[in-house]
Design a binder for this molecule. Structure first.
Ligand SMILES: [Zn+2]
Length: 206
């Protein structure tokens, strides 16, 4: 954002697949706000306990202290009146209240910076992030690098056998793939392969 008069709030959203550097970009923006002596609060969902209990950690190891929350409305409760900048990491896990919570914080005059996955493991829009994009002042879409071919990667490829919408994981369970190398049916195929293997084992045992 360039020139903002008075204490007007706004919403910035950083989207893209896993491994595209969203948390690093969030940390960079929050550090700069801290250098400018602004009061910053950072939140991340309780579901994401990959590395640190209290702290956003990006895949490259950058860290910044954060509060854990279950829902977006809990963010509203925990934001202090004097806070000027609110960072929310991995916001796709915070539920349908996300758009309302961010809108209310921005209406209160706060700068709200949110990261999230904009598509799921099948490449479909991953609510509520797409609706948040519609009301945001600024959108940054980051791309990862396809591990197959080195092209810019827009997709999060699930490698494990599961068809649940949310399966928390990192390296080994997911990888970045470009549009050409993305295999949305792979997770389904692996679920079917596991079923077949289990049936064969059962038949052999019986
Ligand atoms: Zn590729």
């Amino acid at each position: 954002m360039d020139i903002v008069r008075g204490n007007m709030g706004w919403i910035e959203v950083i989207v893209g697949p896993m491994f595209s550097g969203k948390s690093e970009e969030l940390i960079r923006r929050l550090r700069r706000a801290e250098i400018a002596r602004q009061r910053v609060q950072i939140f991340k969902p309780m579901i994401d306990q990959r590395y640190a209990k209290n702290g956003i950690v990006s895949h490259s190891g950058l860290e910044i202290r954060s509060d854990l929350v279950h829902t977006a409305l809990e963010v509203l409760d925990k934001v202090e009146a004097r806070t000027e900048v609110v960072g929310i990491d991995e916001a796709q896990f915070l539920g349908e209240g996300l758009v309302e919570a961010c809108t209310r914080l921005a209406d209160m005059g706060k700068r709200v910076i949110v990261t999230g996955l904009d598509t799921d493991y099948l490449g479909r829009p991953f609510e509520p992030i797409p609706r948040l994009l519609a009301v945001a002042e600024e959108i940054t879409k980051l791309l990862a690098i396809c591990v197959r071919c080195g092209n810019p990667a827009v997709h999060t490829q699930r490698l494990v056998a599961s068809e649940d919408l949310i399966v928390v994981g990192a390296t080994g369970m997911y990888e970045a793939r470009c549009r050409r190398c993305f295999e949305p049916q792979l997770a389904h195929e692996r679920v079917e392969a596991e079923k077949t293997a289990a049936e064969k084992a059962k038949a052999a045992a019986g």
